[in-house]
Design a protein around this ligand. Structure first.
Ligand SMILES: Cc1cc2nc3c(=O)[nH]c(=O)nc-3n(C[C@H](O)[C@H](O)[C@H](O)COP(=O)(O)OP(=O)(O)OC[C@H]3O[C@@H](n4cnc5c(N)ncnc54)[C@H](O)[C@@H]3O)c2cc1C
Ligand code: SF4
Length: 274
């Protein structure tokens, strides 16, 4: 996407690069500074770069609206409350718990939201106010106006993509990829974490773009699901050989097949009745 000048203008960053700039162990020790060491007085944040775009990825990357809000908050806090922060968005997707409230809070903090996808970022100044700045050229679809917004720094909310080596991983584990490149679940509603291969589960953003709460919420699945799955168990050995130890029961001892069944053997590992 050459129109946004990434790689051409040194003050155009991807979301991931800006995350690094904010990090206490990053190159600036967590301070938001331009390459010349000065603090920016205005920052533009461009949403949906490569997402929701038929020329790149049709899907929504789900996380960028919220990290754009997080960046707006951090900029105001770290650089100063008079710093101009302008978001260019198609529509705001603040779907999680407390997210809509955070969006409202950012508006109260003075962050600007312009509905429109910028067409270009240029350094060609048409007025003294644009001299030495990056100019974001966009339409405000709510006002029906064409805008030129001069800023010191630009953050591009780039699309979350499947990793390049996902086909190799899919081949090794015998799982499939969807048309978007992410690993394919067995069923979107009934088996969102299972795959077509028994014993192989999906957790996190390898299945599709996710924020941390959504990624973490998938974690219990591989741990609590029985292995082999009931479907596989029907076809494989249904009964463990005498004397074997079920590995999932902590502290279990081998029980001889001829040993009498005592009430305690009807207890599960936590001591409650099955
Ligand atoms: C710029 C940006 C800002 C974000 N900010 C937020 C935020 O503020 N809050 C929030 O909730 N979410 C945020 N997110 C989303 C968040 O990063 C993801 O939800 C989260 O990282 C998903 O976790 P994961 O474990 O599924 O994947 P990842 O964090 O990507 O972890 C996958 C790991 O697997 C490793 N790996 C991959 N393939 C292989 C392989 N073949 N062999 C060995 N290792 C492999 C990778 O190296 C990586 O370490 C942000 C995302 C971006 C891009
Ligand atoms: S989460 Fe927001 S910025 Fe990211 S692709 Fe979806 S709508 Fe665009």
């Amino acid at each position: 996407m050459t129109q946004y000048g990434y790689g051409r203008f040194q003050e155009v960053y991807t979301g991931l690069e800006f995350e690094r700039l904010n990090n206490a162990v990053g190159p600036t020790g967590g301070q938001i500074l331009m390459k010349n060491g000065q603090r920016p007085s205005s920052i533009g944040i461009v949403h949906c770069v490569g997402s929701r775009d038929v020329n790149f990825h049709e899907y929504c990357s789900r996380v960028c609206c919220m990290y754009a809000l997080k960046y707006g908050h951090l900029i105001k806090e770290k650089v100063g409350h008079d710093t101009k922060v302008v978001n260019f968005y198609i529509d705001m997707r603040c779907f999680g718990k407390g997210y809509e409230e955070f969006y409202r809070r950012l508006q109260e903090e003075g962050v600007t939201f312009i509905r429109g996808r910028p067409g270009e970022i240029t350094d060609e100044a048409l007025s003294p106010a644009e001299e030495g700045k990056l100019v974001i050229i966009s339409e405000d679809t709510l006002l029906g106006k064409r805008l030129r917004v001069p800023v010191d720094m630009v953050v591009l909310c780039t699309a979350m993509e499947a990793r390049q080596n996902a086909p190799d991983v899919a081949r090794i584990f015998g799982i499939s990829q969807g048309g978007d490149g992410f690993f394919l679940e067995e069923h979107p509603k009934l088996g969102p974490m299972s795959t077509a291969t028994d014993g192989i589960f999906l957790a996190g953003s390898c299945q599709g773009p996710k924020d941390i709460p959504d990624a973490v919420s998938m974690l219990p699945a591989p741990r609590v699901r029985p292995w082999p799955s009931p479907r596989a168990a029907r076809w494989k050995s249904p009964r463990p050989p005498p004397g074997s130890i079920p590995r999932s029961v902590p502290g279990a001892r081998p029980v001889s097949s001829s040993a009498p069944i005592r009430p305690s053997s009807l207890m599960n590992a936590r001591g409650s009745r099955k």
